[in-house]
Write a protein that binds this ligand. Structure first.
Ligand SMILES: [Zn+2]
Ligand SMILES: [Zn+2]
Length: 212
């Protein structure tokens, strides 16, 4: 089998937990991704509740987000190929991990891209992640964006006007938001706020990575 990341051939290892999913990456590539850290609300390493999340909670916006891995150099190299160079098949690197995410919520809602960004990039990286999870996906959010988030300061990100609108009924539903990277949490919190206003019963989130 050929590793999706390093292109080397490898012998897949079989166990009861992975017998139904074909391995897509070799072990050295796989273990280079570092598991999430201690923060219960966002997975940031260091404290059981990080400074960021403590502040979100004080503002009444707690949102439990479970990232799978840390956004280190290895993760950045992955995301560059997947998201910015458009190698969409590369998401299968995380096929096993995403299938194992326990989805108890009624709906999985990927964070959308704005129309402009979607026509540039041709695919939504968050939707690609969501499609590998076991659960019902609903594209119930729309987004209208200004310039890209990267390059903005933390303060600019947080003070930005909420770009999301809810475009179909989600009243009374429990929702699992999905995004690629959790940076300040602003994007996920803004989406959660709109969903709550539209009557969602309970919201939590999963991201592939947590910035460090
Ligand atoms: Zn490899
Ligand atoms: Zn946190």
């Amino acid at each position: 089998m050929k590793c999706l990341l390093c292109q080397q051939f490898f012998l897949p290892s079989w166990s009861l937990s992975n017998v139904w999913t074909r391995q897509t990456v070799c072990l050295p590539c796989k273990i280079s991704f570092v598991k999430r850290g201690e923060c219960t609300d966002c997975g940031k390493p260091g404290h059981s509740l990080c400074w960021d999340c403590e502040r979100w909670r004080k503002q009444g916006h707690s949102l439990q987000t479970a990232p799978l891995f840390l956004y280190d150099a290895h993760a950045k190299a992955f995301l560059k190929r997947y998201k910015f160079l458009g190698d969409t098949a590369l998401i299968n690197v995380f096929k096993e991990d995403l299938k194992k995410v326990k989805v108890k919520q009624d709906l999985i809602v990927p964070i959308p891209l704005s129309q402009e960004r979607l026509s540039d990039r041709r695919f939504n990286q968050a939707e690609g992640i969501a499609r590998l999870m076991r659960g019902r996906i609903k594209l119930c959010l729309a987004r209208s964006d200004g310039p890209a988030q990267s390059g903005r300061s933390r303060q600019e990100r947080l003070e930005r006007v909420n770009p999301f609108t809810v475009i179909s009924s989600i009243e009374g539903k429990t929702i699992l938001l999905v995004d690629d990277v959790y940076t300040t949490g602003a994007t996920l919190h803004q989406a959660a706020l709109r969903l709550r206003e539209a009557g969602a019963k309970e919201i939590s989130a999963v991201t592939l990575f947590r910035s460090v």
